[in-house]
Design a protein around this ligand. Sequence first.
Ligand code: TYM
Length: 335
Amino acid sequence: MRIVSGIQPTGNLHLGNYLGAIRNWVRMQDENAAAGGDMLFFLADLHAITVYNKPEDLAANTREMAAALIAAGVDPDKALLFNQARVPAHAELAWLLFCTARIGWLNRMTQFKEKSGKNREGASVGLYAYPVLQAADVLLYETTHVPVGEDQKQHLELARDIAAKFNTDFDTELFVLPDPIIPPAAARIMSLRDGTAKMSKSDPSDMSRINLIDSDDDIAQKIRKAKTDPEPLPDNAAELDGRPEAKNLVAIYAALSDESVEAVLARFAGHGFGAFKPALAERLVETLRPIRLRFLDLKHHHAAIDRVLERGAEAARKLAAPVLDGAYKALGLQR
Ligand code: TYM
């Protein structure tokens, strides 16, 4: 298996990132390392600049996100950890793939529509073209598996379409078609303030998300104030339909305790949120506290983090070279 995934180094790592993606990275890392497979995890700094980022913030956030990933269990001795900007092959392959990707395909990307909002004409070309860079990120490494949250599924389908078209157009088997790995229980963690909106770094309300660096008290307070409804919890999952906030909190509990939603409901059926919320807060604190403590310790070690990223990048540059070379050759480009 060749496992690849990325995260944008903007803002803090939040519970959606952790349960939707990072926890799976760490689990797959441990299994895959034992099986002798390769893993590459990167900070998508080239993706972060598709919207304006203060340069000094980008540099600091890149280091902090690296520290957060290590604190969450990414092990630079088992997986390569680097930032995209250190591996120019990502941007190079992206250009080659721009010429295979179709405008009609990009026009269907829902994330662009959400992120550009009403001001589509004023969005950067990078924001529009972003999924092609993401395709390059995975195709560059002959990736077989990509652990992500559900919001990235459409981007990975695009990567597969681009790979298949390139292989057909240029009569090659260069690109491997990657499979997304999406966790069943935590594919889409929702905002604590609105069960129909994704938990996200860009939500202006910090009460909408649990950050991995939130204190125990912050976590308890955010869960106490999380939006719910007055009904008690039902005894089967189907009855959570139409109750998005309740459904989300139960899904979070199930993911944290590695149980099915049914198993959680079997314990809490008939209870109101007054009983459920403290139990959920306790689970969250139990999971997040050790990560936060490691993060707070690691984040000051700038030189050590930079060394990790450079070491990861050096190995990634080597892994990327043959596919990049193959893409230039397939196109008939001379270097
Ligand atoms: P990003 O930085 O928005 O999010 C990182 C990972 O967290 C997952 N995620 C969630 N999962 C469940 N519930 C949520 N509320 C939630 N919010 C975020 C995302 O699905 C993602 O897995 N485009 C990507 C970064 C990227 C990438 C790649 C990923 C760039 N190149 C190549 C995989 C392969 C992004 O912006 O993720």
